[in-house]
Design a protein around this ligand. Structure first.
Ligand SMILES: C[S@@+](CC[C@H](N)C(=O)[O-])C[C@H]1O[C@@H](n2cnc3c(N)ncnc32)[C@H](O)[C@@H]1O
Length: 247
């Protein structure tokens, strides 16, 4: 597992414990707090991911598998689709839902147990925030994504975002600061987890800043598709041949 707990703010061990604690209520709260729209957003990310008919797809930080199963349902029969997460309770729920097939790997996103150039698409749903928030070592995680992608492959990120309109952003942040910790805390018994969600979402960078981070890590052709007036969005970036940085 990644040992960068010493970095200010980013503590993989605490994050894992937090997701371990909220895993039972996680799916229900996603539906409640997004009024059921989260499924639509993952479906849109799936469409983006499947655009070039990728043969091998990784759902990074797959949690209980919502994106993974959407991709599995829609990908062409010959594709290899895997989910990866570092929280046993989250991936355990995905494993139960997967039935006999177990397209799941328990590992840290900072040390992907795959050979270089193994995937045509790496997708991540509502977890890029976890990797980026207060994490000075984000480049190491992005370098791993870049390493396992084939040249021409895509990194698709569906995540909360920042609406351009000041008024809308204020309303959205007020919702994140008040309703989310209240409802999330009441339903899960872990107010801290939903306060963390609120903080990491209100502080999540605007699309152009995310694009700068992705370009800085070596990705190119970085694009953004706003969803729900920019409260959520899909970032898509490409690995070009020779774009991996020397480490
Ligand atoms: C907010 S949940 C999102 C789960 C799922 N992608 C979804 O769309 O519902 C974040 C997930 O990221 C996982 N995660 C966070 N940091 C991780 C890391 N460094 N390596 C692997 N998984 C990580 C957590 O265990 C958790 O399951």
């Amino acid at each position: 597992m990644v040992r960068n707990d010493a970095h200010a703010g980013y503590r993989p061990g605490s994050l894992r414990k937090m997701f371990q604690d909220v895993s039972d209520e996680y799916d229900l709260l996603n539906r409640l707090l997004t009024f059921g729209l989260d499924r639509r957003w993952r479906a849109r990310a799936t469409t983006s991911c499947l655009e070039d008919s990728p043969g091998a797809i990784l759902d990074l930080c797959c949690g209980t598998g919502d994106l993974l199963f959407t991709i599995l349902r829609r990908a062409h029969g010959g594709s290899r689709v895997l989910g990866l997460d570092f929280t046993e309770a989250m991936i355990g729920r995905a494993s139960m839902a997967a039935g006999r097939s177990k397209p799941l790997v328990l590992a840290d996103a900072g040390h992907l147990p795959f050979r270089g150039e193994s995937f045509d698409c790496v997708a991540i749903a509502f977890s890029f925030r976890n990797l980026l928030y207060k994490n000075p070592a984000i480049d190491r995680y992005l370098a791993e994504v870049l390493r396992v992608l084939r040249p021409g492959g895509h990194f698709v990120i569906v995540e909360t975002s920042q609406p351009e309109s000041d008024v809308l952003r204020k309303v959205y942040h007020a919702y994140l600061r008040t309703i989310v910790p209240f409802v999330g805390g009441a339903a899960s018994g872990n107010k801290g987890a939903y306060t963390y969600l609120s903080k990491s979402a209100t502080n999540f960078p605007a699309p152009e800043e995310v694009a700068t981070v992705l370009r800085g890590a070596g990705f190119s052709e970085v694009g953004f598709e706003p969803l729900l007036l920019g409260m959520v969005g899909i970032h898509k970036a490409t690995k070009q041949a020779g774009s991996e940085k020397e480490s």
